[in-house]
Design a protein around this ligand. Structure first.
Ligand code: NAD
Length: 256
């Protein structure tokens, strides 16, 4: 079978290290022949991202802190020069202060609420706004979300509220961009031990609960998310937009 993503140029944002979900997604996309552009948040992670990207032929690495509009503008210009046409955008970025990820949601600060929403929700729209004009042959945009958007989950707090905004953004963006044959979807992944997950209190007990209760009786692996992302980036999912697909071994269907 020919490669599903041959001649496709895809932007992947959110690789911090080899445990990042974005890295597993990148591997699935590269495995199907996609050409990738990676971004890094700051100099602290630049070297790690470059080392990983070096293992994927023809990939490019560009800076972009999503809280700075000028950096997103520069990213879009660089993508135009590098690729001309963009076919996909993978958004795998989130942040909330550690102190907002424990205790009661009701104690969330104004600053903490704004920061979590800026980085974890608005950034999808901020980047989509600048890169969709490059998707002149149609395209696919996807982001990463979590069950905490739909249910009140212990310690997820403001991040759950930000993910709910992110999931609503998926639907609004899908409705806006469908006329350009651009699809917008999300993957709601089960808990996975990554750098971002380290910020969530009692993460081990969440993993244990999933192992016990998920229909498939196991926790989610990044490669499972990577392969679903590959499906969303490919023409196989051409009829799917505005959707959130759960890749969580079925955990979300379980009652208490
Ligand atoms: P990760 O720490 O590897 O990835 C988070 C990424 O966000 C990092 O690459 C970081 O550099 C980037 N980031 C944070 N602030 C940024 C900024 N201002 N500008 C640019 N980039 C910034 O962790 P991960 O678990 O791979 O997280 C990826 C996505 O998956 C997140 O949206 C997360 O909420 C989501 N998710 C994670 C899990 C899980 O259990 N790990 C489950 C469901 C959804």
């Amino acid at each position: 079978m020919s490669q599903l993503l041959a001649n496709k140029n895809i932007l992947v944002m959110g690789v911090a290290n080899d445990r990042s979900i974005a890295w597993a997604i990148a591997q699935s996309l590269a495995g199907q022949g996609a050409r990738l552009a990676f971004t890094y948040e700051n100099e602290r992670v630049e070297e790690r991202v470059r080392k990983l990207a070096d293992t994927i032929p023809n990939s490019v690495v560009l800076p972009c802190n999503v809280t700075v509009d000028a950096e997103i503008d520069t990213l879009a210009e660089a993508l135009k020069t590098e690729f001309g046409v963009l076919h996909g955008f993978v958004h795998s970025i989130a942040f909330a202060r550690t102190e907002e990820l424990e205790g009661l949601y009701v104690d969330t600060s104004r600053d903490g609420f704004a920061l979590a929403h800026d980085i974890s929700a608005y950034s999808l729209t901020a980047v989509a706004k600048r890169v969709y004009p490059l998707m002149t042959e149609g395209g696919s945009i996807m982001t990463m979300t979590y069950l905490g958007a739909e249910r009140a989950m212990k310690n997820y707090n403001v991040m759950g509220v930000a993910k709910a905004a992110l999931e609503a953004s998926i639907r609004y963006l899908a409705n806006d961009l469908g006329q350009f044959n651009i699809r917008v979807n999300g993957i709601s992944a089960g808990p996975i031990r990554t750098l971002a997950a380290k910020g969530i209190k009692d993460f081990n007990s969440i993993l244990r609960q999933v192992e016990e209760k998920a229909p498939l009786r196991r926790t989610t692996e990044t490669a499972e998310v990577g392969d679903t992302a590959m499906f969303l980036m490919s023409h196989l999912s051409r009829g799917v937009t505005g959707e959130v697909i759960h890749v969580d071994n079925g955990y979300h269907i379980i009652g208490v």
